[in-house]
Design a protein. Structure first.
Length: 116
């Protein structure tokens, strides 16, 4: 752990969890997760990633190397924010996936309620 990472985690008072388990997910291609430009990890289908953050304005990005989506956040102290990310394909993309094993897949991220 670098000094800046330890300083960041020492002052973090909020948490973000991103899950990739939507039944709409085509279950192909990894999704990379970035927080304020820093790579936090990679999600395959059924994976989950949780990390501590400091309160304030932030950008959460998901990227499947075909396209990406940014989500602007205002994180309050003590927040426990949950999101679901998924890769989806349109009808033509589904045809390409079946016929050729590749095609355009679109990534998204949406807020969800924390599990009870």
């Amino acid at each position: 752990m670098t000094p800046s990472e330890s300083d960041h985690s020492a002052t973090a008072s909020a948490r973000i969890t991103v899950t990739r388990d939507s039944p709409d997910d085509v279950q192909t291609r990894q999704i990379e997760l970035f927080f304020d430009g820093e790579r936090k990890g990679e999600l395959l289908f059924a994976d989950q990633l949780t990390f501590a953050v400091v309160p304030g304005r932030h950008t959460l990005r998901v990227d499947n190397t075909w396209n990406h989506q940014d989500l602007e956040l205002n994180v309050a102290e003590g927040s426990d924010l949950h999101f679901v990310t998924k890769n989806t394909a349109g009808q033509f993309s589904r045809f390409l996936l079946v016929a050729f094993g590749a095609g355009p897949i679109y990534v998204s991220i949406d807020p969800v309620l924390p599990p009870s």
